[in-house]
Design a protein around this ligand. Structure first.
Ligand code: SAM
Length: 233
């Protein structure tokens, strides 16, 4: 949470959406930060996590809500009945100040990431921001990760899943997924978002950084005066 606050700021009145909220680790902290004016929506695909958050957090904090989507996912919900591509985040368009995802895009492939990013472009306020952790690789990152072995999961990304995307374990492709900067850029572009700043480096690979995983901060694309004049998006 402190990394989220330092990186993108959180104000008591903010409307916030968290994807992959798990058992409400950050939502619990946010109950102490958001005022009655603020609002939080947490989404996850593991039903017991959402049930717990509803019973223990939302019950005491009516401006907090938790939603379960029964998405099929080899790692987190293998018997799910729908797909991430069916998710429509149920908040009004242009209403959200901050969207955040810890360790969620690190377990997701390109089509699902683009879908979520398009949803973010729809629901973000014009000045809103997305904070999303990810794994970004290049030759130096891969070489350093293999040499330093900084995490308990041997995150070496030795297997190419598709150009610009590497996975750690072919038997469990979603256990850890990494992208090149170019691949991330193309997903961001396809969604109508833009990078607000360069990706913040995480220390997971053994390179120096300010975060644990790498961090993308995204915002809506600003319309130019010419675009506005011509009614373009
Ligand atoms: C590695 S856990 C991280 C949990 C939490 N964000 C944290 O940092 O402690 C990934 C979380 O994302 C959730 N998740 C996976 N796919 C998802 C999807 N398509 N939509 C929403 N949540 C998803 C998982 O159920 C899990 O709770």
């Amino acid at each position: 949470m402190s990394d989220l606050r330092t990186t993108v700021g959180v104000e008591p009145s903010y409307s916030m959406v968290e994807i992959g909220c798990g058992i409400g680790k950050d939502a619990i902290t946010l109950t102490q930060i958001l005022s009655d004016e603020g609002r939080y929506v947490g989404i996850d695909i593991i039903k017991p996590s959402i049930d717990w958050c509803q019973a223990n957090i939302a019950k005491r904090h009516p401006n907090f809500s938790f939603l379960h989507f029964d998405v099929r996912d080899q790692l987190h919900n293998p018997n799910g009945t729908t797909s991430t591509l069916d998710i429509r985040v149920p908040v009004p368009a242009g209403s959200v100040d901050r969207i955040f995802l810890w360790s969620v895009f690190t377990h997701m492939l390109r089509p699902e990431i683009i879908h979520y990013m398009r949803e973010f472009a729809r629901i973000l306020k014009p000045e809103g921001l997305v904070f999303a952790t990810c794994f970004v690789y290049n030759d130096e990152v891969l070489a350093t990760a293999r040499k330093t072995d900084r995490t308990p999961w041997r995150l070496f990304f030795e297997h190419e899943h598709e150009p610009g995307c590497r996975i750690n374990d072919p038997a469990s492709p979603l256990s850890a997924v990494a992208f090149t900067q170019d691949a991330l850029q193309s997903m961001v572009k396809a969604s109508g978002l833009v990078f607000d700043r360069p990706v913040g480096q995480g220390v997971w690979s053994g390179l120096p950084g300010k975060h644990s995983q790498d961090v993308m901060v995204l915002r809506r694309r600003r319309r130019t005066w010419l675009g506005r004049l011509m009614g373009l998006k």
